[in-house]
Design a protein around this ligand. Sequence first.
Ligand SMILES: Cc1cc2nc3c(=O)[nH]c(=O)nc-3n(C[C@H](O)[C@H](O)[C@H](O)COP(=O)(O)OP(=O)(O)OC[C@H]3O[C@@H](n4cnc5c(N)ncnc54)[C@H](O)[C@@H]3O)c2cc1C
Length: 396
Amino acid sequence: MFAAMLDTSLADHVNRTLSTEQQQILADLRAYCTERLRDGATAELTRGYTEPHSETMARELAERGWWGLMIDPRYGGAGGGFSDVGIFLEETFRAQAPIAGYVPTFIVVAALNAFGTEAQCQELLGAVAAGGVLAISITEPLVGSDAASVTTSARQEDSRDGPVWVINGEKRWCSSAHVASHILVICRTSEESDRHHGLSMIFVPRESEGLEITAIETPIGRVSNELVLRDVRVPGDALLGTAGNGWVQTVAGLNAERVILAASSLGLAQRAFDDALAYVQERKQFGRPVGSFQSQQHRFADLATELLKTRLLVRWVAGLVDEDPARLLPREASMAKLAATELAKRCALEGLQAMGANGYDTQYGMVRHLQAALGATLYGGTSEIQRNIIAKTLGL
Ligand SMILES: Cc1cc2nc3c(=O)[nH]c(=O)nc-3n(C[C@H](O)[C@H](O)[C@H](O)COP(=O)(O)OP(=O)(O)OC[C@H]3O[C@@H](n4cnc5c(N)ncnc54)[C@H](O)[C@@H]3O)c2cc1C
């Protein structure tokens, strides 16, 4: 009965290997997104995509339990694991739901699940389960791929209300900071001879005095921000995990980050493929659909094969993380992130070519898919860095 509710695309044949609960999530999500994102509704939700995160939609998804995936029910969440979050991301990104805030939020949720105190989980996971957003900030103007070289500093001081952290520095590319309640800032709390030591993770409320948040203009709207922190003071218990252990905690979160980025990119890849396929079936030249030309047929055959391979890879890695969230999977998680983000870029590029000039018309959406996909091969470690990691695990 369930299979009959789903359409017969290639992706849906694979979906039958999901658990009954996951198939239900997928079917319900698809129905919700179809209804909510019908013509005109997207503009209402996102003011025409200049703000790719809709708080209204986040709340609606929270009411249905989906925003609370991977959050313990005692904090108001819906439970579940990375495989469930992966399915949520595949489907919502395929539907182009305006929920950009979900991605950084769930990277931070994974960190809270691993290192949060009871009080932090009560406050922050509770807020997320109700539709809230969290952000994470590592990158700085002079620190990108070499993330352990962070210079933003935090020093401890005593105050009348107990110890506080005083944070100073500049950050860049902090996604969704402008809609987040808190930003998890990676900063240096002590100078050590090895730069991997002495880093810490500290939660900074968005409304903190001394924190300035400025939008970075990107082709897909306001996704990311610059932060300037001038003597920002937060309580001592804003520290996540252990002082000086920030690098170890960051590495421990990389599986989560890469699975989340891979699943969202896979959804984007699927959407670019779906849109281009629909177009070539409709558009006629020389008296026949352009999709009937062999060069087009082969293009779509190749992309469909890559989509299936990548879907299996991403879901397999998500399943491995669920089996043992503490196990590090540098090779497999990097492969999933590399494969899915590069595939999103390829699907959008090839989709644009397959559609001819209309692919280049912003109204048809393919250019936007391409712009979004280009970002995905950069954030969370560029494709070059993922390849470096994979090569290292091969002993090279
Ligand atoms: C849309 C978007 C959202 C983002 N969101 C966040 C966020 O929420 N939080 C956050 O902290 N950061 C975020 N980032 C930043 C992102 O993680 C960094 O851009 C990324 O780590 C790469 O750093 P960089 O851009 O400074 O490139 P650089 O490190 O300056 O690298 C420049 C080029 O050199 C290559 N390169 C560098 N080192 C090597 C090497 N060892 N081997 C081979 N090639 C190398 C890179 O691959 C790249 O092609 C975001 C970025 C984007 C575009």
